[in-house]
Design a protein around this ligand. Structure first.
Ligand SMILES: Cc1cc2nc3c(=O)[nH]c(=O)nc-3n(C[C@H](O)[C@H](O)[C@H](O)COP(=O)(O)OP(=O)(O)OC[C@H]3O[C@@H](n4cnc5c(N)ncnc54)[C@H](O)[C@@H]3O)c2cc1C
Length: 385
């Protein structure tokens, strides 16, 4: 597939050059070993890409979510998996928008220099699931500390991060306002693990480092509270919007990878005396996935634009994530299908990318919940839950 001028040429070329040093074979091997792509994340950090959102005064490049999303897109488009390191992009917004000057000064320069990683965000709990306001993990103030007790599940990259954004309940839900009484904290994982925080890895379908967390009287210094106590839900929504826009971009990257891969294969694979791609039954699903991908891409840039302008973007971020995850999944299906048996062979990378992109129909928010959001908040239909 010929690349048209998609903008951000310099960023795209830079990330692509770095990714060329970590070809699909590298990610295939990491996947087989169920390992973490440490060398790749290290190289990305050293090149400054994971400090894209950090303002220049703290040593970063001061770019927006738009550019951050392009960086993540290019990783997936090159055959890699940005899921190993995308947390630093969407968590950064929370610290930048709601952290104090002192917190920014303490952490951002070190993150920019690659001395600290801010890769984890602890929101989901086993009993609450998607209903975030039903979380039960508590943080109770005791003098100059908070004591944290509770449990989280599916918390990613904890074993490869130094810091984690944590959502916990600091007060009972207010009457009629379930989102009240939630707060966010910056947890220093280096101090917490083994001293009130137990981490139990979850083996899963994708090679994605994710964990159960158990908090048993974990002490957090009070100064690690981000923003005001009780306003954490609003802050976390900001981060979730950035997360959705960035993951939409990763799905776009996956989608282009699948379309490239299958187009090439369908043009070369000859069965019944002609390339399989000459058959409309093969061409059309690929063309359809491509059309959907292009449309999703427009919505992704719109969501990023609004986020970077500080404008409300919940609707667009949700719709971008929905369209992109669906389009990449359609592309993945076509790619697997038209590779025939070879689609199942690990050496082709199709089955790995197929598993990786499937995640985004469920996480970080499931398809149904996006539809429910649009039904209620955009169309004004009665709330369904
Ligand atoms: C690999 C992986 C990594 C993750 N990383 C993180 C992380 O770093 N941090 C973090 O906080 N979380 C993380 N998550 C959690 C993820 O955000 C949740 O799995 C997701 O939000 C869905 O929540 P749940 O699994 O509890 O599903 P549930 O809430 O139990 O929902 C199950 C299914 O039921 C349906 N459903 C539920 N409610 C409704 C409704 N009202 N209407 C219609 N359908 C409904 C949906 O189809 C949904 O998929 C991760 C998950 C995975 C799998």
């Amino acid at each position: 597939m010929k690349r048209r001028d998609e903008g951000h040429a310099e960023i795209r070329a830079g990330v692509r050059a770095l990714c060329a040093e970590f070809p699909p074979e590298y990610f295939r091997e990491i996947d087989a070993k169920r390992a973490y792509p440490e060398a790749f994340v290290e190289a990305l950090t050293r090149a400054g890409w994971l400090a894209a959102l950090i303002p220049a005064e703290y040593g970063g490049s001061g770019l927006g979510v738009t550019e951050a999303s392009v960086i993540m897109e290019e990783i997936n488009r090159a055959g890699g998996n940005a899921g190993a390191c995308h947390g630093q992009m969407y968590n950064m917004g929370t610290l930048l928008r709601h952290g104090s000057a002192e917190q920014k000064q303490r952490y951002l320069p070190k993150i920019a220099r690659g001395e600290l990683r801010l890769q984890s965000m602890g929101v989901t709990e086993p009993a609450a699931g998607t209903d975030t306001t039903a979380i039960r993990t508590t943080a109770v103030r005791k003098g100059d500390r908070y004591l944290v007790n509770g449990q989280k599940v599916w918390i990613s990259r904890v074993q490869h991060s130094d810091l984690m954004i944590l959502l916990a309940r600091t007060a009972p839900a207010g009457a009629g306002k379930r989102s009240a009484g939630l707060s966010i904290f910056l947890v220093d994982l280096r101090e917490a693990v083994g001293r009130g925080l137990t981490v139990r890895p979850i083996a899963n379908m994708v090679n994605h480092e994710t964990n159960e967390l158990f908090f048993d009287n974990l002490e957090i210094p009070a100064e690690n509270l981000i923003g005001e106590e009780g306003r954490g839900f609003g802050y976390i929504l900001d981060g979730l919007n950035a997360e959705r826009a960035i993951i939409a971009a990763e799905c776009i990257g996956d989608g282009y990878w699948f379309i490239d891969k299958v187009t090439k294969y369908a043009g070369e694979r000859v069965v019944f005396g002609r390339p399989i791609g000459q058959n409309q039954g093969v061409q059309f699903p690929i063309a359809e996935a491509y059309i959907e991908l292009e449309a999703a891409n427009l919505m992704r840039f719109e969501a990023c634009r609004l986020f970077d302008a500080g404008l409300p973007c919940g609707t667009e971020a949700n719709m971008a994530k929905h369209l992109a995850a669906k389009a990449s999944w359609e592309a993945a299906n076509a790619c697997l299908q038209f590779h025939g048996g070879f689609g199942f062979a690990a050496d082709y990378d199709v089955e790995r990318k197929f598993r990786e992109t499937r995640l985004y129909q469920v996480a970080p928010i499931s398809t149904n919940l996006i539809l429910a959001y649009v039904g209620e908040h955009v169309l004004g239909l009665p709330r369904s839950f």
